[in-house]
Design a protein around this ligand. Structure first.
Ligand code: ZN
Length: 256
């Protein structure tokens, strides 16, 4: 394994992350919510930024890019071709199945529209790590701003199909709030209850609740469990299509 990952808090609840390849010394920022903490994280480790991997166009994911790029003018900026018009500084526009390279590390691009039209995730398949931006959160998912619920559901289903051990990095620390909603859907799920206790302990210690994993989310995240009869019954949609159950869950969470 040559990958090292350093996650750090930005703004109030955003996560930035550095991905470092010890074989070549290459280092990427995954989104740049804020320049200061990103530059501090790089300086702390003595890493030189070579790449910036952007998940989507929202300002709380890209607003730090110009300042960071000014300090590391050779850094290549990767991002979704489908949103190139809203992310004006891309050096490399990528689509589904393309590969973003960070030194010798390879990240496969997974298009995950829903939260935004062009949202993408980066899957470092050989390292069993994925950066999912604002598509999949621990015990939750992103708000559906720019596509239908059905489109968002198919994006989440793509992530849910990644190998179970895949470590999932999310764009925000939303897990405690997500847990408060999840338990209203599945109050009898013992895995969810245990996770909520773990979250309370981690947060009390000021520690992050992410990364999570696909296997952990499949067991406790209601948005990935729309095919479970207990979840369908909780929203009065026994036997309904997964996308319909997802849509009802997302609507309820929006109002929660
Ligand atoms: Zn967003």
């Amino acid at each position: 394994m040559t990958i090292s990952i350093h996650q750090y808090l930005c703004l109030s609840d955003n996560y930035g992350a550095l991905v470092h390849d010890s074989t070549t010394g290459a280092t990427a920022c995954i989104d740049v919510p804020e320049a200061g903490p990103s530059l501090a994280a790089l300086a702390e480790r003595g890493w030189t930024l070579t790449d910036i991997l952007i998940t989507h166009h929202h300002s709380d994911h890209i607003q730090g890019v110009p300042e960071v790029k000014a300090k590391f003018p050779n850094a290549k900026i990767w991002g979704p071709a489908k949103d190139a018009g809203r992310i004006p500084f891309l050096d490399r526009q990528v689509n589904e199945g393309d590969t973003a390279n960070v030194g010798s590390l390879r990240a496969k691009v997974i298009e995950t529209p829903g939260h935004t039209l062009g949202h993408i995730a980066y899957h470092f398949e050989e390292d069993a790590v994925a950066f999912c931006g604002d598509t999949l959160f621990s015990l939750g998912c992103g708000r559906v701003f720019e596509n239908s619920h059905a489109v968002m559901w198919s994006s989440l289903a793509k992530l849910a199909a990644l190998p179970g051990e895949t470590r999932i990095y999310c764009g925000h620390e939303y897990t405690a709030a997500n847990g408060r909603f999840a338990v209203t859907i599945e109050p009898g799920n013992p895995v969810l209850k245990a996770r909520i206790e773990e979250i309370a302990k981690l947060r009390a210690e000021g520690r992050p609740t992410v990364p999570t994993s696909i296997v952990a989310e499949l067991a406790a995240n209601p948005f990935l469990r729309v095919e479970e009869p207990v979840v369908q019954e909780a929203v009065g949609l026994r036997g309904a299509e997964p996308a319909a159950v997802f849509g009802e869950l997302r609507t309820r969470k929006d109002r929660f």
